[in-house]
Every structure is written in structure tokens, then in C-alpha cells.
Design a protein around this ligand. Structure first.
Ligand code: AMP
Ligand code: ZN
Length: 106
């Protein structure tokens, strides 16, 4: 939990989102500026800034994040989808709380 992190605020319920899924470890919601017909973000509740900050202890969490993508894409009516993880400012990352983008409906 980081007090000035927008995704931590969403997880805490302080900022509303169009949530599509939640469990003990993840929250998933529609991106506020969708880049495709369907565009949602898979966000672990654990505040990890970037993929570069992940260690072996996060392997299972990262695996679970990817495993959620096809399940939730299907729930959004997608037959196929793209995934993206931006890493670091030079990698196009804007929110420094790790997340997986899922795009579909092109
Ligand atoms: P990234 O560039 O990978 O860090 O992506 C951050 C994403 O978070 C962008 O696609 C933003 O549109 C999205 N985003 C930022 N704030 C919100 C919010 N309050 N609700 C939903 N999506 C958001
Ligand atoms: Zn955070």
C-alpha cells in the first residue's frame, strides 16, 4: 500500500472504477482511457512498482495475473486479446503500480 498511488487508492475504494473482477490478490477494472473497444487492467493488490522490482517471491502472483487474462477476456466477450506490461518511464509506464493491460475487440 502506497498512500500516493492511484491504483492503491482504487484498491482501497477511495477512487471509483468500472470494476469487472476482484479477489484476495487482484482487482480488475476498465481503463479510464481505453485504447481499444475493450481495455482493462489486471492489478495486483500488492504495491509493486514495476516488473523490474519483482523477485522470485512474486512468481506465483505474476503467473496468476496472466492466468486471469483469458478468463476475464472471455467474460468480456472477447475471442482473442492482446496483453501489455509497460515497465519504467522509458517503457511507457505512467502508473508505478504493476499492472497488465488487456486489449480486445479490434
Ligand atoms: P501505464 O502507462 O502502463 O502505466 O498505464 C496506466 C493506465 O492506467 C493508463 O492506460 C491510464 O489510462 C490508466 N488509468 C489511470 N488512472 C486510471 C483510473 N483512475 N481508472 C482507470 N484507469 C486509469
Ligand atoms: Zn500502489
Amino acid at each position: 500500500m502506497s498512500t500516493d498511488c492511484i491504483f492503491c487508492k482504487i484498491i482501497k475504494g477511495d477512487i471509483p472504477t468500472k470494476k469487472i473482477y476482484e479477489d484476495d490478490d487482484f482487482i480488475v477494472f476498465h481503463d479510464i482511457k481505453p485504447m481499444s473497444k475493450v481495455h482493462f487492467l489486471i492489478v495486483p493488490k500488492l504495491h509493486i512498482e514495476t516488473l523490474k522490482d519483482c523477485t522470485e517471491t512474486h512468481q506465483s502472483l505474476l503467473g496468476k495475473a496472466l492466468m486471469l487474462a483469458p478468463k476475464l477476456a472471455e467474460s468480456q466477450g472477447l475471442l482473442g486479446f492482446k496483453t501489455l506490461i509497460n515497465t519504467g518511464r522509458e517503457g511507457g509506464q505512467e502508473v508505478f503500480h504493476i499492472h497488465v493491460h488487456v486489449f480486445g475487440g479490434h
